[in-house]
Design a protein around this ligand. Structure first.
Ligand code: ATP
Ligand code: MG
Length: 648
């Protein structure tokens, strides 16, 4: 496949934080490279060794070093004279706004640090946050880091059951929740769900409650429940921060659950912050006058690294937006970009496809001239969506950084440097400086250009997760056992490399299709479908087939008006995919649906769709954003099967 590249615009390259020499410098001595980046942080005690295996595969980075993450993310900037710099332009879903400077952030973090101590929270204790995207949510993560408590953020839209699993799994001593939250323009109570989640869990000593929606009948357990504003009232804004070992746990983040029961990945202090901080500065080319906006919910790993720890460690000014991107209208994000003169917008493919459904008029109605850099994460971005983002949001002038990484990797692994790397729509490009990743077959041999294999990381990196909380065996067996002989990390994603060594993510290994011995990537087929003018979204799965092993079934959401005639669409799409990818990739069956099952972070859950076509049921659905979507697909599939010649 020959793909036209987009070299960095010369003006951008000339001012970029990082130049081309960094790749070679880092490759010559990756440990020295990461040590240099660690030097960007404030250490209370320098490290003795850059890297050491504690006990493989658990790595130790910056052993002997001590630091405080909150001091690095907040105090350091105030001490440097930037106390008046805006840390956050926060905007609530209903339109309420708050501007928070680094000095104000420091005051609140210190007050809450005292409050947490008063509630009996100390270093190593777990604190679960079940909050919307609020200033208080950011304050809570920093206050926990300040006193060495381990934080775990749970998406505010999760059910009581999903929350309970995470509270119990972490053995949390404190839950921080809100009275209510805004969901697509409506205030709903959430304290009752928080109560349900912690009922009978004796390790939870307190529930700290942030007032957000002003609910009137907040259920209350005296002695256990505490109001945030009452706890903070009268606390001192002076707080002496202790320093913690570089390997002290910082947070536990649960994977989005695309492939099964979520795993609680444990990230630590010095290595993680080094990786988060440097990649944020380099990949997003952060400048002091940037207004940076990563639109991920704070509970996702994306926001841990590229809203909380990365940007704050770099003293960034960012937009933090509470609500749904489509409330009260689908152009809300563009309105926000225009209002705050956002320069860097980091988004997700699912949202780009949603914008595309509305057409280029949506961004065109806003002044987006402040933008200078765009980013994408969460899934492979379909080339069609990349081009749309580049042209209709970025006005053709902004580099697009497609960043491949995972909860497990802590920060970006495969991504372009915007002033250096020529980008290709749909590829996350090449491993970042200091990172080693490649594509191999099951035996560990690099696959030739264009051939699908397994994406592996072949050398240790500072942001890597250290374990799965409470289940180290699962950490070893999921990621390290398959290539134990080589000591490589198995990412769980399929990929291929092109002639230039660019990495193209093909989807989850479990989602790779095997058609008469041909390995095909689900993403490549979906991108081919999405490039058809009538298709808005697609999920491609392999259904069991007696003859070919698997047959390709494509579920598509069309851009047609509701109730439009689908006759002929299947034939049109088959021909389109054959022309784009090849005859072997033609979907045998095309099923038109109005919705697809997605995780809360917007990833299509192909596993559940594949289960339907195979007649299996009962997969883990706790991460679904809308369980009804599965019913929609089920009904469409049943109708499709019944309508097939011979039925059933
Ligand atoms: P689980 O591991 O429970 O199935 P998950 O993998 O969806 O959940 P995350 O760690 O949040 O949870 O997501 C990481 C995954 O997202 C990657 O393994 C990859 O499949 C996908 N991904 C993220 N960014 C990109 C990208 N830029 N290009 C392609 N895929 C991406
Ligand atoms: Mg995963």
């Amino acid at each position: 496949m020959v793909v036209a590249g987009h070299p960095p615009p010369p003006g951008f390259a000339a001012q970029a934080n990082v130049g081309p020499e960094v790749y070679a410098e880092a490759a010559a001595d990756p440990f020295a490279f990461w040590a240099e980046q660690a030097g960007r942080l404030r250490w209370d005690r320098p490290w003795d060794t850059v890297f050491g295996d504690a006990q493989w595969p658990t790595a130790r980075w910056f052993g002997g070093g001590r630091l405080n993450v909150a001091v690095n993310c907040v105090d350091r900037h105030v001490d440097a004279g930037h106390g008046d710099r805006v840390a956050m332009h926060w905007e609530g879903e209903p339109g309420d706004r708050r501007t928070v400077t680094y000095a104000q952030l420091q005051d609140d973090v210190c007050r809450l640090a005292h409050g947490l101590t008063e509630l009996g929270i100390g270093a190593g204790d777990r604190v679960v946050l079940y909050l919307p995207v609020l200033v208080q949510t950011v304050v809570a993560t920093m206050a926990c880091a300040r006193i060495g408590a381990v934080v775990s953020l749970v998406f505010g839209g999760f059910s009581a059951d999903a929350l309970r699993f995470r509270v119990a799994d972490t053995g949390a001593k404190l839950l921080i929740a809100s009275d209510g939250q805004f969901r697509r323009g409506r205030a709903v109570g959430v304290k009752a769900a928080a109560d349900e989640a912690v009922a009978g869990l004796d390790h939870v000593e307190h529930v700290l409650v942030v007032r957000r929606t002003g609910e009137t009948d907040v259920p209350w357990t005296p002695g256990r429940d505490v109001w945030w504003h009452e706890l903070l009232a009268g606390q001192s804004t002076q707080h002496e921060a202790a320093s913690f070992d570089a390997e002290h746990p910082l947070f536990i983040v649960y994977t989005s659950g695309t492939t099964g029961r979520p795993k609680g990945l444990v990230h630590t202090t010095g290595g993680y912050l080094t990786h988060a901080s440097w990649t944020h500065w380099a990949v997003f080319d952060l400048k002091p006058d940037d207004v940076y906006w990563c639109q991920a919910d704070l509970a996702w790993v994306t926001a841990h690294t590229y809203v909380l720890y990365g940007p704050l460690s770099n003293g960034a000014t960012q937009v933090v937006y509470e609500g749904s991107p489509l409330t009260p209208h689908p152009g809300r994000h563009f309105e926000v970009i225009e209002r705050y003169r956002v320069s860097t917008y980091y988004t997700a493919p699912t949202l780009v496809r949603t914008f595309m459904k509305h057409g280029p008029e949506l961004p065109a109605g806003h002044d987006l001239s402040s933008l200078r850099l765009l980013g994408s994460v969460g899934e492979a971005i379909n080339p069609e969506a990349w081009r749309w983002l580049h042209e209709h949001v970025g006005g053709g002038r902004c580099p697009v950084v497609d960043t491949w990484w995972q909860s497990e990797t802590g920060a970006a692994v495969v991504a372009p440097l915007p002033g250096v790397t020529t980008t290709k729509p749909g590829s996350a490009t090449v491993p970042l400086p200091g990172m080693s990743a490649t594509v191999v077959d099951d035996a560990g041999v690099e696959t030739p250009p264009g051939v699908e294999g397994n994406l592996v990381i072949t050398a240790p990196w500072p942001g890597m997760a250290r374990t799965v909380w409470g289940d180290h065996d699962r950490f070893v067996s999921s990621y390290w056992a398959p290539y134990a002989a080589q000591g490589w990390y198995l990412a769980g994603d399929s990929a291929s490399r092109d002639e230039d060594g660019y990495i193209w993510i093909g989807g989850r290994i479990d989602d790779v299709l095997n058609i008469s011995g041909h390995r095909l990537s689900s993403i490549e087929l979906e991108s081919a479908l999405v490039s058809h003018p009538r298709v808005a979204e697609a999920a491609v799965v392999g259904a069991p087939d007696d003859v070919t092993g698997q047959r390709i079934v494509a579920f598509v959401i069309t851009r047609d008006a509701p109730g439009a005639d689908d006759t002929g669409l299947a034939a049109e799409l088959r021909a389109h995919v054959a022309a784009r990818v090849g005859a072997v990739a033609k979907p045998r069956e095309v099923v038109v649906v109005t919705d697809l099952p997605k995780t809360r972070s917007g990833k299509i859950m192909r596993r559940l769709v594949a289960d339907l076509t195979a007649g299996r049921a009962g997969g883990d659905t706790t991460s679904l954003t809308d369980p009804a979507a599965l019913g929609v697909v089920q009904r469409a599939w049943t109708a499709h099967v019944e309508a097939r010649p011979g039925g059933g």
